[in-house]
Design a protein around this ligand. Sequence first.
Ligand SMILES: [Zn+2]
Length: 309
Amino acid sequence: MQVKILGSAAGGAFPQWNCACANCRAVRAGAFNGKPRTQTQVAITEDNVLWFLLGASPDLRAQIEATPELHPQRGLRHSPITGIALANADLDHVLGLLLLRELQPLRIHATASVRRILREDNSMFGMLHRIPDQAAWTDFEAGKEFSLCDAQGQDSGIRCRAWSLSDHYPAYVTAERQSQLSSGEASLGFFITSTSRARLAYMPAVPKIDEALLADLDSCDVLLYDGTFWSNTELMNAKGDGGNGPTARQMGHVPVVETLVELAGVRRPRKIFLHINNTNPMLDEASPQYCAVRDAGWEIAEDGWQFTL
Ligand SMILES: [Zn+2]
């Protein structure tokens, strides 16, 4: 299985349009010891022909153009992208679906809850259904393994199991709708198994870590893991108001400084942080936080990284 990291930043990307934090100012000034990043997007393939997206980021158009494997390969209208697996209904994770609306056949794997939010409450997603052979939706359930299938329903051989991580739905989902949804389908991570039995964990938003999750993570070959915030008070610190604003944990992210401790015993997989917020000091490769992450054996994902599993 080929894995490509098309984007590695959290929502808003790096730099973020309305952010003047130290990192964003430095990268705009060309004085940053690190790289700008687009919003988190991962693509996988088993045969180098048909590609599957994990989520669909708002930066998907530019990410596709930066990735020759995802350019049209045959005919006037074509895309190697054949399917998408959705882990949640966050805008950063689903807006890219609207960029894929050009009458392309696609299969969208999602929980019933996420499908209902997008299709029943947000009429724009009807643009994926203007003709019969456009988007096909396949429901999956948390905890049960399913196959990633192409637009025509053919099994790719890639197996996927969703892990329920949070009962927190996006703020745009009304209270009435939330009362009709399964709380276990709000925010998921994926354990993905290739045809060669290699295992990838995709966990961009981990609100808490328990023993069961640790055991499953330790059975993987590669982790793509929540690197959103360095510390619990990072956003407050960036604003400089000394106390207002949500903490990392309130936003559904165990901070990196705690993850380094909690996952210290997870030794089997290659460990890669992604979904990194623009305020995170570890983006600065001259920072002590960057050194601490590297010394702990973790890597910090960059746009364009690729590896084979
Ligand atoms: Zn910033």
